[in-house]
Ligand binder design. Structure first.
Ligand SMILES: Cc1ncc(COP(=O)(O)O)c(C=O)c1O
Length: 388
């Protein structure tokens, strides 16, 4: 096949005049930071996922952090999560002073192995933070049942899970606290941004206050006509609020979310069909628990079938001008966590096994069907040339 000249990036945002016009309107309005547009974005978002409350913040990391702090999690506590996640899931636990306790995954799905969670619970355990890896839902009935049995708080890391469903219900609609990301690679983007949703009014109130320095509610409106210069600091909060500029992008992106999801799903299905026929390449197994948001498209390279490893596979894809990524370098392999929590090789065998073979391929609405076919052809050619 002919290699293309133009680089196909791993990701590129999808937008049209709606984003441009809404951002221009906010700029012209003179009110750039948190205000009525952010409020509207929170409302639109809560309605979409089916949650009672939403707090817009400047990242998913911020959303997770304020949720844990609002629930009083801190020094001496333990929080259960997964090693197959982005560092920020675990960093937010560390920032509260609590100890992260990792539970291995199922290497076929990349999701936390729910059957291993109970064994990790101690009297110090206060919360579980499951990650809906790649856009597939964790087994929430089992996780919620464990949480109920031991009185634990559940915070779902939904960075990949906007529009993911569990047994026919949208993630976000089942009462738990959920943290979403609008980073530029995500299913919608505000460049940087995030949202915490919940049905718990007390958590919502506390998280709202924590997201803006711990200042009394509605302090954000103090420079408007209805605002008051007086405010009280009730907690040492954080500067995590979203801006109206970003929220304008968010509203425009929400309006086209279903359209973008249709394209992601279509492309993921094209990939699935093609990779079914390439020996040595597999993709994530569907656990049958609900609709996948098709956030990531992760293939797994069977090292026994090729004379090259995953890293070389990525290098060869680069020669075809294809950008890729790896989700994730597991938590248990980074020096900070090894040095502080004593992880060693063999502690999380399923995670280690999965990491060896994974590559995330480009999957986003602004790529064309031809781009998808090009990626498939490149993977097929590399697989053929390097088959053992
Ligand atoms: C699983 C997971 N959790 C959390 C995050 C953090 O999101 P943000 O960059 O919005 O803080 C990411 C971002 O890539 C992620 O993939």
């Amino acid at each position: 096949m002919n290699k293309r000249d133009e680089f196909l990036p791993y990701c590129r945002p999808y937008f049209d005049d709606d984003e441009l016009n809404r951002v221009a309107d906010v700029l012209k309005s003179g009110w750039w930071t948190k205000g009525s547009v952010t409020r509207e974005f929170e409302k639109v978002f809560a309605e979409y996922v089916g949650a009672k409350y939403a707090v817009a913040v400047n990242s998913c990391t911020a959303a997770m952090h304020i949720a844990l702090v609002a629930k009083g999690i801190g020094e001496g506590d333990e929080v259960i999560s997964t090693p197959m996640t982005f560092c920020s899931t675990i960093n937010t636990i560390v920032h509260t002073g609590a100890k992260p306790v990792l539970v291995d995954i199922d290497s076929k799905t990349g999701l936390i192995d729910v059957d291993k969670i109970e064994a990790a619970i101690t009297e110090k355990t206060k919360a579980i933070v499951p990650v809906h890896y790649a856009g597939q839902s964790c087994d929430m009935d089992k996780i919620n049942a464990i949480a109920e049995k031991y009185g634990l708080f559940v915070l779902e890391d939904c960075a990949h899970a906007l529009s993911t469903e569990y047994k026919g219900k949208k993630i976000g609609s089942m009462g738990n606290a959920c943290a979403y990301s609008f980073y530029v690679t995500k299913n919608i983007s505000t460049a940087e941004g995030g949202m915490l949703t919940t049905d718990d009014e007390e958590l919502y109130e506390k998280a709202s206050v924590l997201s803006l320095h711990g200042m009394s509610k509605n302090a954000w409106s103090r420079y408007g006509t209805k605002g008051d210069w007086k405010y009280e600091v009730c907690d040492p909060g954080f500067k995590y609020n979203l801006t109206d500029i970003a929220a304008a992008l968010g509203i425009a992106q929400m309006n086209k979310l279903d359209e973008m999801q249709d394209i992601r799903t279509e492309y993921a299905e094209i990939y699935n069909k093609a990779f079914d026929k390439i020996d040595g390449i597999t993709y994530l197994k569907d656990n049958g628990l609900g609709k996948n948001s098709a956030h990531l498209y992760v293939i797994q390279i069977d090292k026994n079938k090729f004379d090259i490893d995953r890293d070389t596979f990525i290098e060869l894809l680069k020669e075809y001008n294809i950008g890729t990524s790896v989700h994730f370098i597991p938590i248990c392999m980074h020096p900070y966590y090894i040095n502080n929590f004593g992880y060693k090789k063999g502690d999380f065998p399923e995670t280690e096994k999965m990491f060896e073979g994974i590559i995330s391929l480009p999957l986003y609405p602004s790529m064309t069907r031809e781009d998808v076919m090009y990626v498939i052809e490149a993977v097929r050619e590399i697989a053929r040339e390097h088959a053992k």
